[in-house]
Write a protein that binds this ligand. Structure first.
Ligand code: AMP
Length: 143
């Protein structure tokens, strides 16, 4: 299974913010949308970074409540690891485990085309295993 099959069922919408948004702005995206990260994009829509709930917690632990007024560019991770629609799910699990993050923007030539979270991967992997079990049961019952 590859990233394209995940995007087919979850859609291609990506929540983005500009680097000059504040951390409070980020919380207003993360909370209502029940997501864990926002992709930061520049003027032309190019990926400039990623900011997740972990970055906000770290900023608050270092600066206190005033951190909510800091800008995204002060806190975001700039070296974003991305994947492609053709990337395999096993590959993504390895990248996330080694990098210790749970979000992977999907980037193609025309820019950002989606985002895959660890939750999306677990959901698809469980569905895949259930299909394998049911095929095996069917085989045993009719074999
Ligand atoms: P997460 O587990 O996704 O909440 O992120 C944990 C840390 O990794 C945070 O500092 C994020 O900014 C960073 N991070 C999340 N996703 C990526 C990514 N695809 N590439 C690089 N860093 C990331």
């Amino acid at each position: 299974m590859n990233v394209a099959s995940i995007l087919k069922s979850k859609g291609r919408a990506v929540t983005t913010l500009r680097p000059n948004a504040t951390l409070l702005d980020v919380t207003k995206k993360l909370g209502p949308k029940k997501i864990g990260a926002v992709v930061v994009v520049g003027e032309n829509g190019q990926v400039a970074g990623i900011i997740s709930e972990r970055d906000i917690i770290r900023a608050i632990s270092e600066h206190g409540a005033s951190a909510l007024g800091m800008t995204v560019s002060e806190v975001m991770t700039r070296s974003v690891v991305a994947c492609h629609e053709t990337s395999q799910i096993d590959e993504l699990m390895e990248i996330m485990t080694n990098g210790r993050f749970r979000h992977l923007p999907v980037i193609e030539d025309d820019g950002l085309v989606g985002i895959v979270s660890i939750g999306d991967i677990v959901k698809h992997r469980v569905a895949e295993v259930q299909m394998e079990v049911s095929a095996m049961r069917n085989y045993l019952a009719t074999g």
